[in-house]
Design a protein around this ligand. Structure first.
Ligand SMILES: Cc1cc2nc3c(=O)[nH]c(=O)nc-3n(C[C@H](O)[C@H](O)[C@H](O)COP(=O)(O)OP(=O)(O)OC[C@H]3O[C@@H](n4cnc5c(N)ncnc54)[C@H](O)[C@@H]3O)c2cc1C
Length: 224
């Protein structure tokens, strides 16, 4: 899996701080933005985000390319509705060579791995035969959830916060958790104040999973 931060809002923290500050000022945001330093913006964002006023961070957006991930992962990803997506098409791109993601627990068990590899081989054999008979868009129905794909996703910082809360939690599946952690690492570097406390709810002190809690707070995610 590769996660690449393709683009993001320039001066995201200064912009969000100026927007937030304009709510309490007679000066318009354009003038506030000219005068706000990064350090001042960081302090302001820390306070506003700390109070849970997340609407101001909607002004910042981040675009990622997720490459070589499974269709299982992208199915989970696109359930997040406040986002924009562009995914490699299985209607227009023929995937003649077997290319798939093997989940960790399958890799770790020789028997599971054997069964999995055989299933992949069978699926691709069927696909290769079908594409010579029917259109690629119809042959693809035999491809598995494990099939690799590429997807571009854009989310604003508020939706990313929500996404990180759900998908860096140990209850999320390993593959999407890894993607979410890599995304969190990228945006923390760009916008440290906005994302300082982003991550699973346990890093903010209380697990929101109730009875399903794993009981092992992911404190290491505070520092990635
Ligand atoms: C561990 C885990 C297990 C899961 N298991 C399943 C499962 O078994 N089956 C399944 O179907 N899904 C499952 N999901 C997916 C889950 O139900 C959500 O679809 C997914 O996490 C997207 O999150 P979301 O709906 O909160 O928010 P997003 O789509 O990311 O939206 C963000 C927020 O915007 C608001 N919002 C968005 N759209 C609306 C709307 N139409 N009306 C009102 N408010 C809205 C809500 O406050 C929402 O929380 C699972 C997710 C996780 C993390």
């Amino acid at each position: 899996m590769k996660v690449v931060l393709l683009s993001y809002t320039k001066d995201a923290e200064r912009l969000c701080a100026a927007a937030a500050h304009s709510c309490y000022s007679t000066d318009p945001a354009s003038e506030i933005l000219e005068n706000v330093t990064e350090a001042k913006a960081g302090g302001f964002i820390d306070r506003v985000v700390g109070m849970g006023h997340h609407s101001v961070i909607e002004h910042a957006s981040y675009t990622f390319s997720l490459e070589g991930v499974s269709r299982s992962l992208t199915h989970q990803l696109v359930r997040h509705r406040l986002a924009s997506y562009s995914q490699q098409s299985q209607r227009y791109v023929s995937l003649l060579e077997p290319d798939f993601v093997t989940p960790g627990p399958v890799l770790a068990d020789p028997e599971a791995n054997r069964i999995f590899e055989e299933a992949m081989q069978n699926a691709w054999e069927a696909y290769q035969q079908l594409v010579s008979i029917v259109p690629v868009e119809d042959a693809r129905y035999v491809l598995p959830n494990a099939c690799t794909t590429n997807i571009v996703v854009t989310m604003n910082a508020r939706e990313l916060w929500h996404f990180f809360t759900l998908r860096t939690c140990r209850r999320a599946q390993q593959e999407i958790r890894t993607a979410a952690e890599l995304m969190l690492k990228e945006v923390r570097e760009i916008s440290p104040s906005i994302f300082r406390d982003a991550g699973p709810s346990c890093i903010r002190g209380k697990c929101r999973e109730g009875k399903l809690s794993c009981g092992k707070p992911r404190l290491e995610l505070k520092y990635i």
